[in-house]
Structure formats: structure tokens, C-alpha cells
Design a protein around this ligand. Structure first.
Ligand SMILES: NC(=O)c1ccc[n+]([C@@H]2O[C@H](COP(=O)([O-])OP(=O)(O)OC[C@H]3O[C@@H](n4cnc5c(N)ncnc54)[C@H](O)[C@@H]3O)[C@@H](O)[C@H]2O)c1
Length: 350
């Protein structure tokens, strides 16, 4: 039976969802909705979606869909997802799931209590290199974990590769608390924290975070947008096993459009995952290569992408990974990083 999908929010990332679900014959976008008048209608026309609504309430009142892809801005995820769950709809939500751990937990509890499928689009789970590296680490290939080094590198505050942040609303909202952003930490810190802890197979026990808001415009404002969220963050932490971790996320990494680099080093070897979201590469220094400091590239098998796994979850009735609960665990790390940044000291993860 075809899974009927609603696409909520028809901005930048919506096109990515059209492309991802186009490869999944069991799913079909039957409608889209957006809060900006006319935007959903134009999107529907462009992508051949039969129905368009001027907001979620209208879409829910119509009701003829099984699940929603929630592609609204960060600050809107909770209220819209709770409304969808209350209407009995499964949800595939964009990241970050919420803006705080308590909010994320509300969403977890609502979804689980209703018995609805709940997953989050942590896109870099689509990296075959990440999945293979996780398998190798879990299989003991690198021995006991000693060091995690993770970086998420973007440069859109320096160059115009993705457009001009000064004039493009798609970037401006990401710089402003009042527009629902929690900065680079909430925007892509969520990805790199998931990437690192998923690959390591363990979370952090404590962390210290330094969050920087750099001066960018006169009066730290452009039009309605106060530029008040973190642009670059560095986290140092202890993994649960005692390994040390450094996690960086920045919008000032000149020469990097969108690069994730993760190295896990253990007592017997190391693995490195690199991805720009399209291509991913796994290399390892293992066995005899350890004494030569030689890295070899490792082949990675294809994998099921998030959208495919969401479709599988709808069909099987069992939530897949990353679930709301997993995303809430990452939110816990983000909250701890904000707490640490405010108090200027380390924070234990509860
Ligand atoms: N997984 C990824 O790698 C990835 C990449 C980019 C963006 N995202 C996430 O996707 C989400 C959307 O980002 P974007 O870049 O598409 O933003 P965007 O601003 O381009 O699009 C968001 C759309 O949602 C609409 N909207 C706002 N409030 C709404 C509401 N209450 N009901 C219906 N529509 C509403 C807006 O009008 C807009 O058209 C964000 O949470 C972002 O973090 C994820």
C-alpha cells in the first residue's frame, strides 16, 4: 500500500526530500503545506504534488495522509510535530529535533505514547563510510577508544559559495535567536555530535564548550535579524569510556563548503571518515600499518538511506534509527554545551 506523505515546509531542504523520496516507490507526496501564502502552491505545481495548503491546520483538517516530513525551521519543529502526532500522523522530522532536551523529550513521549513512527533526518547517517567505520569500531578493530576528533567545517560567513548570508533569508534566520536558530551548534553541531558518538558507539560523560559569536554587521543586526547566535564552537569532552574528544563546528572554515572529518583513535589503530554529504571516504590505519603510520582507503558497501529507512519503518510499523529518542540524546549534549558556554566550565551529562 502506498504511504501518503505530507511535506510540511516548502523551503530549501524540501527539494532534497522530493529527490530522496522519488527513489522510494512505496511513498508518494500527496500534499505540501507552508505558512507563507502561495509558497506551497508554487512548490506543488513545480513538483507535481496534487494538493497544497496554506498551513498545517488546513492540511490536518483535510487529513488524507499517513505521515509527514517536517521540513519547517528549527523553532517550529516542536509545535508542528506535536500537532501532527495528535492527529495520528507518523513524522520524519528535520534536525535539530527541538531546541532543548525537555522539548525533545516531550516529542519523544508524545510519539511513543501514540505508537507512531518517529525519525529524524540526521543526513550524515547516509554516509556508507560512517556506517562501516561504526561496524569496525564495534568489532574491536581499533582496540580501546582513546581519542575522538570531529570537525564540521562550513565557510558561508566568509565566502559566497552558497549565496550571500547578508541578503539571503535562508542564511539570515540561521544567525538569529529571534528567528528560531540556536547557531552553528544547533544547526550542524547536532550532525557532528551524532556522527561522532554514533561512530564511537558511546556518548559523552562530560564536556566543556566554548561558543563564539563574532562581529559581522553594524550593530550586530541586519534588518529584522539580530545576529546573536554562535558562529563557531569548540567542545572538549570525555567519552563514557574515558576517551578524550574534541568537536568543532564552524561557519568560518575558509575553503570548506560543507565537510565533516572524524577520526577515532584507539589502542590498536584508527579510522577516519570524511564526507561532504555527497561523497564519503573511509580510511584506516590498522595492524602492521600502525608501525608505518600508513593509512589505507577502505571500500564501503551501499546502504539504506534515511528516507528508505523511514519508508521501511512505516511499512513494518517499527521506528527506525535515528529515532526521536536518539535525537533527544544529542539534544542533551547540545544543552550541556550551552550550559558550559554560559558558566565557562565543564558540565556532566546526566
Ligand atoms: N538534514 C540536513 O542536512 C538539513 C539541511 C538543511 C536544513 N535542514 C533543516 O531543515 C529545516 C528547514 O530548513 P530550510 O533550509 O529548508 O529552511 P527554509 O527557511 O528554507 O524553509 C522552511 C520553510 O518552512 C516554512 N514554515 C515556517 N513555519 C511554518 C509552519 N508553522 N508551518 C508550515 N510551514 C512553515 C517557511 O515558510 C519555509 O518555506 C531546518 O530545521 C533545518 O535545520 C536540515
Amino acid at each position: 500500500m502506498t504511504q501518503r506523505l505530507l511535506l510540511l515546509g516548502t523551503g530549501g531542504i524540501a527539494t532534497h526530500h522530493i529527490e530522496e523520496f522519488a527513489a522510494i516507490p512505496e511513498c508518494e507526496f500527496v500534499a505540501c503545506a507552508d505558512a507563507v501564502p502561495g509558497r506551497a502552491a508554487a512548490f506543488a505545481q513545480k513538483h507535481g504534488i496534487p494538493k497544497a495548503f496554506a498551513g498545517l491546520d488546513e492540511a490536518i483538517a483535510w487529513g488524507e495522509f499517513d505521515a509527514a516530513v517536517n521540513a519547517t525551521p528549527d523553532g517550529v519543529h516542536m509545535e508542528t510535530t506535536l500537532a501532527l502526532l495528535a492527529a495520528g500522523k507518523h513524522v520524519f522530522c528535520e534536525k535539530p529535533l527541538a531546541q532543548s532536551y525537555p522539548d525533545a523529550l516531550r516529542m519523544v513521549e508524545a510519539a511513543e505514547a501514540a505508537g507512531l513512527i518517529n525519525m529524524v533526518n540526521l543526513t550524515y547517517r547516509n554516509s556508507p563510510a560512517l556506517q562501516k567505520a561504526r561496524e569496525m569500531v564495534a568489532g574491536g578493530d581499533i582496540g580501546d577508544l582513546r581519542h575522538v576528533s570531529a570537525e564540521y567545517l562550513q565557510s558561508w560567513l566568509v565566502g559566497k559559495y552558497w549565496g550571500d548570508w547578508r541578503t539571503d533569508e535562508k542564511w539570515l534566520w540561521r544567525l538569529s535567536k529571534g528567528h528560531g536558530s540556536t547557531g552553528v551548534l544547533g544547526d550542524v553541531g547536532v550532525h557532528i555530535l551524532d556522527f561522532a558518538t554514533y561512530c564511537a558507539g558511546e556518548s559523552m560523560a562530560s564536556l566543556y564548550a566554548d561558543l563564539a559569536v563574532f562581529p559581522k554587521a553594524e550593530g550586530d543586526r541586519i534588518g529584522d535579524y539580530r545576529l546573536d547566535v554562535n558562529d563557531s564552537i569548540v567542545i572538549t569532552g570525555r567519552m563514557v569510556s574515558g576517551a578524550l574528544a574534541t568537536v568543532t563546528a564552524t561557519r568560518y572554515a575558509t575553503g570548506h563548503a560543507n565537510d565533516l572529518v572524524l577520526t577515532l583513535s584507539g589502542t590498536r589503530g584508527a579510522v577516519r571518515v570524511e564526507t561532504d554529504g555527497k561523497i564519503s571516504k573511509l580510511s584506516a590505519c590498522l595492524g602492521k600499518d600502525v608501525d608505518e603510520n600508513r593509512w589505507r582507503e577502505i571500500e564501503t558497501p551501499p546502504l539504506k538511506r534515511n528516507a528508505r529507512r523511514f519508508a521501511d519503518a512505516l511499512i513494518s510499523g517499527r521506528t527506525g534509527d535515528p529515532s526521536f529518542r536518539r535525537a533527544a540524546e544529542i539534544q542533551k549534549l547540545i544543552d550541556a554545551a550551552f550550559e558550559s558556554g554560559e558558566k565557562g566550565g565543564p558540565v556532566k551529562i546526566g
